[in-house]
Write a protein that binds this ligand. Structure first.
Ligand SMILES: C=CC1=C(C)c2cc3[nH]c(cc4nc(cc5[nH]c(cc1n2)c(C)c5CCC(=O)O)C(CCC(=O)O)=C4C)c(C)c3C=C
Ligand SMILES: [Fe+2]
Ligand SMILES: [Fe+2]
Length: 359
């Protein structure tokens, strides 16, 4: 039996294209315990996500966590599930279509765009196979996480490299490590917040809530916290916010170890107790709305704030299909393609969408 995946058919092999693969975290196929269970099994078996030795962790995962959590999580997914499915998948698919459109204007079908999920469907190996069949001999991997973390970005890269280890004829590969301080990303976020303030009104305080990670991973050198702090600083500067008008916090704690602090839930409770009438919450680490934003913040976080004595919590939607964001993402891709295009592939005009002016 052949050990390696053979080269694509001659027709595909004759063409020379670039494949851009957008990767997000992943989501279950349906908001049911039966669908959530295999998704969580795959997710929580990832050694980049739970760094407990498998011999210890797997019995706990299979014997306790997967007995209890799927039903609980499925109820949460049911509360945010849309007509077209999971918001994370729907927004990621839309982002891929829009970037494809923008790139197509300059590169025709020389540059192809696909999306995949680290856990669940569409899988990374399947998306890579499709790009390969379409003649991509160069692959740009774009993990859709603005801030680098081993538990998000690195595991997406690992999966791509593991799949490539099975290829006989490998493409050239580039990866985007992070874009936490990219001017286009910061500008899109700031604009999103200003628009929200204009339409919905402006709260007294802005909470910038990022997904948490265990404290020890940062102590061991993960740059995640530093990058979140830098995003928050740049965003506050773009909005002209003084330090007393915003708080950086971390959400989604899992398990008993200490995660990055302050926790978002405790921050919201504290603001509620202080009698803050209106708080706005933005989640800059999520470029697509998902369970963590729509359920944990917009529903649960709101309850926490109100029960503590707060007035109104307004969740500011993620960047999703925001026009400035899609332009920024396209320019992040274009910048990564620099020097990779052959002279005949280079568009005549330079990319003018790049880097909107900072206020
Ligand atoms: C177990 C530890 C977890 C780590 C570490 C972790 C890091 C991490 N996650 C995201 C982005 C997302 N996480 C999402 C859901 C989610 N996250 C965890 C656990 C860890 N995440 C779990 C168990 C779940 C599943 C839901 C649940 O049962 O609570 C999502 C949303 C997925 C969806 O379907 O909408 C995203 C997105 C990042 C960026 C990150 C590290 C920085
Ligand atoms: Fe997570
Ligand atoms: Fe959560």
């Amino acid at each position: 039996m052949a050990r390696f995946i053979d080269a694509p058919p001659a027709a595909a092999a004759a063409s020379s294209r670039i494949g851009v693969l957008l990767v997000n975290l992943g989501t279950p196929d349906a908001p049911t315990a039966a669908a959530v269970k295999p998704y969580l099994r795959q997710f929580l078996s990832d050694r980049r996500v739970v760094e407990i030795p498998a011999l210890l962790w797997q019995p706990i995962l299979r014997g306790i966590v997967l007995m209890v959590r799927p039903a609980k999580s499925a109820r949460k997914y049911a509360a945010i599930w849309g007509k077209e499915g999971s918001p994370l998948r729907v927004w990621t698919e839309k982002q891929a279509k829009l970037v494809k459109g923008f790139l197509g204007e300059r590169h025709g079908n020389q540059v192809l765009v696909a999306y995949a999920m680290r856990y669940g469907q569409p899988s990374i190996p399947a998306a890579m196979a499709r790009l390969r069949e379409q003649g991509c001999d160069r692959l740009l991997l774009v993990p859709l996480y603005p801030q680098y973390s081993a538990s998000s970005t690195a595991t997406a890269c690992d999966t791509v490299f593991a799949e490539l280890s099975r290829y006989r004829d490998q493409p050239a590969v580039r990866t985007i490590r992070d874009f936490h301080d990219h001017p286009g990303y910061i500008d899109a976020l700031a604009n999103r917040i200003r628009q929200h303030w204009m339409v919905e009104g402006r709260g007294e305080h802005l909470v910038m809530s990022f997904h948490g990670v265990p404290r020890f991973t940062v102590d061991k050198g993960d740059p995640y916290q530093r990058q979140c702090q830098e995003t928050a600083r740049l965003l506050a500067a773009a909005l002209g916010l003084t330090e007393d008008r915003y708080t950086l916090a971390f959400q989604s704690r899992f398990g008993r170890t200490e995660w990055l602090k302050p926790y978002t839930s405790e921050t919201l409770a504290k603001l509620g107790k202080q009698g803050v009438k209106a708080v706005d919450v933005v989640c800059p680490g999520f470029v697509a709305d998902c369970l963590e934003t729509l359920e944990e913040i917009a529903l649960e976080g709101k309850q926490t704030f109100l029960q503590a004595g707060g007035g109104t919590l307004r969740y500011i939607p993620a960047l999703n299909d925001d026009n400035r964001w899609v332009h920024a993402l396209t320019s992040i891709v274009e910048q990564a393609l620099q020097g990779w295009l052959t002279p005949s592939e280079r568009p005549a005009a330079p990319d003018t969408r790049v880097v909107p002016p900072q206020p």
